[in-house]
Design a protein around this ligand. Structure first.
Ligand code: UD1
Ligand code: MG
Length: 448
């Protein structure tokens, strides 16, 4: 007879239960810990309000603590395989020794290490206000454990060449170390890009929420859909007996167990993340009672990098970052010092009307030739508005190079809540486009 050493507890239900618990705990703890944060000087002023009540800052720390704890609590449920080993043969003594999924556990643990480092660094940033130039490379270090596991797993460093270029390069090109460089940059990008698309109530949390839900939906495409899930419940351990034929799963997954395993991993990382983000957003929604701080941006950004890398869908993941990519490219001249960058680039608040207007960066001395050229191109493309000297036409001011100001330039002044809704709409539209590109258009340049 087979001996099951652990009582059978379906991991999926555990994950859902833990996520619900994480949601309730976060919902409760955030306001409850507010005064403690303020007493520890973790507070900020809402720049776009008339009042100056201190608001607890870096409450992303609460999200991080609850999220990481729920991931840790999940370990015993995810890594106990309850069904017989794949070959199903009992040992001569009639006992089937269950194989422990060491490899999958190391993937899981390395992901938690990266999340912890990201949280730690985000929190240091909140406390010490590290110059952004210095903090930019920090997530690179945080992702070394991920890459190590990727390497140990003989991770794929091939890129599939689009059909039209195959005559020259062949079907697959192994880019080796460059692939690792790309994954390192992915984590730096995902953490910082959320942090610089910030400053209005709810912005950080709404972006993270929409990205996390998009990743979840994408994972569902690969999971066997039928609710007879005996097997996918046991994360990563023994997925060999998964039955396909679900409504969605069948077409996409093509019966590949490894794909199911990876997307199940991503699913189990995203579900509690969505839970803590929703709870946080409730308190961060306009008018915000709490601020996320850089801790929140680093945590969520790293969580996306983790699933993108470990579950091997980093390119699809990047498609969910369309507004962030746009904001980053637009910001580049300010980030790299070509155009002056004030400490805060949030829109300008008009207390009379309660509306936001584009904020501006001033040139204290005339801009260099390069800056002038770049800004003229940006202005031509409708990305910024320039204020020029009435006589010689030299640039005096430019609207700050952010997507929020870009919306205000085009849609006119609006209130803060509205602007965040516009941002959410653009993020959702980006995700819809991402699915179309990934599952529709990709078929034109890639096969299958
Ligand atoms: C990034 C942006 C900066 C933006 C800031 C706002 C870049 C290079 N940096 O800096 O332009 O102004 O985020 O978060 O793009 N705040 C609000 N309302 C909110 C959220 C934040 O007023 O809804 C203010 C509060 O004063 C809060 C402060 O922003 O204390 C937090 O800023 P911080 O996260 O430290 O700024 P950075 O991430 O360095
Ligand atoms: Mg920040």
């Amino acid at each position: 007879p087979f001996i099951d050493p652990v009582p059978q507890v379906p991991a999926l239900y555990t994950s859902i239960g833990l996520s619900l618990l994480a949601f309730l705990v976060t919902l409760y703890l955030i306001p409850a810990l507010g005064p403690t944060f303020i007493n520890s000087n973790l507070k900020g002023k809402d720049l776009l309000k008339t009042y100056s009540t201190p608001i607890p800052e870096s409450q992303g720390l609460v999200c991080a603590a609850v999220y990481i704890l729920s991931l840790i609590l999940f370990i015993p449920f995810a890594f106990t395989t309850l069904s017989p080993p794949p070959n199903g043969k009992p040992s001569p003594e009639g006992i089937s020794v269950l194989e422990f999924p060491h490899k999958q556990l190391s993937v899981y643990l390395s992901s938690i290490i990266s999340l912890l480092i990201a949280t730690f660094l985000g929190f240091l940033d909140d406390v010490f206000d590290i110059r952004w130039r210095h903090k930019l490379p920090i997530p690179i270090i945080a992702s070394i454990p991920l890459l190590m596991v990727y390497y140990a797993d003989r991770g794929n460093t091939n890129i599939v060449v689009p059909i039209p270029l195959r005559a020259v390069f062949g079907t697959l090109v192994n880019i080796g170390p460059l692939y690792y460089l790309y994954m390192l940059m992915l984590s730096t990008f995902s953490t910082n890009s959320i942090n610089i698309l910030a400053g209005i109530n709810g912005s950080e949390a709404s972006q993270a929420l929409i990205i996390a839900v998009s990743v979840l939906l994408n994972d569902l495409l690969y999971l066997p859909w039928r609710l007879g899930f005996r097997f996918p419940l046991h994360l990563m351990g023994n997925t060999t007996e998964i039955e396909f034929g679900g409504v969605w799963g069948a077409g996409m997954a093509k019966g590949s167990h490894i794909l199911v395993e990876r997307h199940l991993f991503s699913f189990y990382f995203m579900l509690p993340l969505v839970a803590v983000i929703v709870a946080f957003l409730y308190h961060n929604w306009y008018p915000a009672r709490v601020f996320p701080g850089d801790t929140f941006c680093y945590l969520t950004g790293m969580a996306f990098a983790v699933v993108g890398i470990q579950a091997h869908f980093s390119k699809t993941l990047l498609l969910f970052f369309i507004p962030q990519i746009f904001n980053f490219l637009l910001s580049a001249p300010q980030l790299f010092g070509v155009v002056p960058c004030p400490r805060h680039r949030v829109p300008r608040f008009d207390p009379e009307t309660n509306l936001l207007h584009p904020s501006k960066a001033q040139f204290l001395k005339p801009p260099s030739k390069i800056s002038t050229a770049i800004l003229h191109i940006f202005a031509k493309l409708g990305l910024v508005e320039l204020t020029r000297h009435s006589k010689d036409g030299s640039i005096l001011e430019v609207t700050n190079l952010t997507i929020l100001n870009f919306f205000l330039v085009h849609l006119g002044p609006m209130n803060e809540k509205r602007l965040n809704q516009v941002l959410m709409l653009s993020q959702t539209a980006g995700s819809v486009l991402a699915f179309v590109v990934r599952y529709g258009l990709a078929g034109l340049v890639y096969d299958g």
